[in-house]
Design a protein around this ligand. Structure first.
Ligand code: ADP
Ligand code: MG
Length: 226
């Protein structure tokens, strides 16, 4: 039997509710992902993909709806607990890399471990292991500015993965990469998905990229249409 990793029901997100600039970004979205599934959210720009990802990953609060993740009620969870839960169980990969520029690759990657209270020595060791796994065994001490776009995105993926999260959320993970590098990064995500059984939810507007997914959720104007 396949376990559900995430089950979200009737999710509404209304920005600036009641004001003249109100935006109904999500209008009753249902979303679910099985454990170990690689899933793509697709749709035009402005259709609500990022909002959905931010809401179901607990980065942002929903206006209304239910989110069950790993058997827990994310909507009812207190902010502090939610932050802790995210740090322990989730990894994030964004288009803009979000690496800390003054830190080296290994220092960027070990951060999630240090935040989770893992001793420095062990954190460093595990950061290096995971950097090797993403093909950056010879770039431990490089700062983001000393790496190519594809290498930077690999560091981001290593950082998202290092604490062995249950779910990796990726918002347009290849948006800034050329097509060859994008393919490498996707293959890497696919490997992680297979080898660690990590659930991966990625947002993309490219059909080529969506081909890597087992399930595609198509959005239009704040609703899931398919
Ligand atoms: N923080 C915000 N405040 C107000 N409106 C927002 C905010 N973020 C997104 N929106 C609006 O919500 C809609 C969905 O945006 P978004 O989820 O970013 O779409 P996508 O990722 O599919 O391009 C858009 O109309 C956008 O302008
Ligand atoms: Mg977006």
């Amino acid at each position: 039997m396949t376990q559900k990793a995430i089950e979200a029901k009737n999710i509404w997100k209304i920005y600036n509710q009641g004001k003249p600039n109100e935006v109904r970004a999500l209008k009753g979205v249902d979303f679910s992902a099985d454990e170990g599934q690689m899933l793509a959210i697709m749709g035009e720009s402005g259709s609500g993909k990022t909002t959905l990802l931010n809401c179901i990953s607990g980065i942002d609060n929903v206006t209304r709806g239910e989110i069950d993740i790993d058997g827990l009620d994310l909507v009812k969870m207190k902010d502090k607990r939610k932050t802790q839960y995210r740090a322990e169980k989730m990894g994030f990969v964004f288009q803009s890399f979000n690496l800390i520029p003054v830190l080296t690759a290994e220092e960027n990657v070990e951060l999630p471990l240090l935040i989770n209270g893992i001793p420095a020595k062990e954190s460093r060791m595990r950061a290096r292991e995971i950097l090797k796994e993403v093909g950056l065994g010879n770039r431990f001490n490089h700062k983001p500015s000393e790496l190519s776009g594809g290498q930077r995105q690999r560091v981001t993926i290593a950082r998202a993965l290092v604490h062995k999260p249950k779910v990796i959320w990726a918002d347009e993970p290849t948006g800034n990469l050329d097509s060859k590098t994008a393919e490498e990064v996707l293959k890497l995500l696919q490997n992680i998905n297979k080898e660690h059984n990590t659930t991966i939810v990625m947002v993309t507007h490219s059909f080529e990229i969506a081909e890597y997914a087992e399930k595609i959720v198509k959005m239009d104007s704040g609703m899931v249409v398919r």
